[in-house]
Design a binder for this molecule. Sequence first.
Ligand code: F6R
Length: 365
Amino acid sequence: DKANYRHFMAKEIHEQPEVVGHTLARYVDMATEQVAMPVTLPFDFKDIQRVSITACGTASYAGFIAKYWFERFARVPVEVDVASEFRYREAPLRKGDLAIFISQSGETADTLAALRYAKSQGLHTLSVVNVPTSTIARESEVVLPTLAGPEIGVASTKAFTCQLMVLAALAVAAGKARGELSAEDEGRLVHGLVEVPRLMAAALGTEPQIEKLARDIAKRQDVLYLGRGTSYPLALEGALKLKEISYIHAEGYAAGELKHGPIALIDENMPVVVIAPFDRVFEKTVSNMQEVAARGGNIILMTDAKGAAEATIESTVTIILPDMAAAFTPMIYAIPVQLLAYHTAVVMGTDVDQPRNLAKSVTVE
Ligand code: F6R
């Protein structure tokens, strides 16, 4: 049931600190702050030359964020595909490599077909699923469950952040196994993960500000989302969330791609959501923001206190998220991104939990 919330989506957004915390506790030894996979992996990360990640929609964006983590922590090349493309493009795969599949429902037809293809090519198959009795879970060599609990709202929220938690822990485990992370690096990263549930709860505190902002967004026709690094796939997710529940057209772009085309769209009617924690690419994103500001675009900056102090541009609205280790910001910044889509849809009066034309589980291709 919806408890005291108006929609399942609101309930599921607010549940995230708790369910992401449960997921964390399954993958991390909280006492020693070391990664601890709940199952023995049937392969050694040292033998893996390439990881292939396949999923659809929001789950594919979780995979896209994880690519940055695997490449950084474990120095292993990762390819991310949407399942509908992967299943037909006959990608050359190496026997014994690792294929990861991400799915909330575990029943998505294209993801299942991609899993069967990878298996037929002799890859190890690992799935990150929320429904442990699902077909994808049954047919995978290893299952790493997300502990999000049932997700009722069609738009994925808590399943996404739980997928990120599992993938982050797995990427740290991979880095450790491949000798790319020292015990100290591991400790620092795991500590960063342990902090996530508390930081998510703090991020929920932006809700009143976002609710106000949503009244303005609801009047717009198009919204652009920009980010760099792991904030780039989150920008894609922000745009998807807004489109699917409010029916407002939105696009996510890598901030550096702005001047290669989309900047032509910027005028005083175009809100631009910039996802920019104060990380190693922050300065670069700020220069892209300057380009938007110079053309009259309305900037909504999601950053932290340091970022807000550094970004000297007059931005229409700044949403301040808690200070944190740079590696895992997508799990925290997902919250204001989801809240913005949710409150915009509420203002628009759309059917938030059951948006038109969409099904919770896409079992046909
Ligand atoms: C977006 C959304 C979809 C799903 C996609 C994959 O909010 O919910 O994009 O993420 O259909 O579904 P699963 O994860 O069940 O394979």
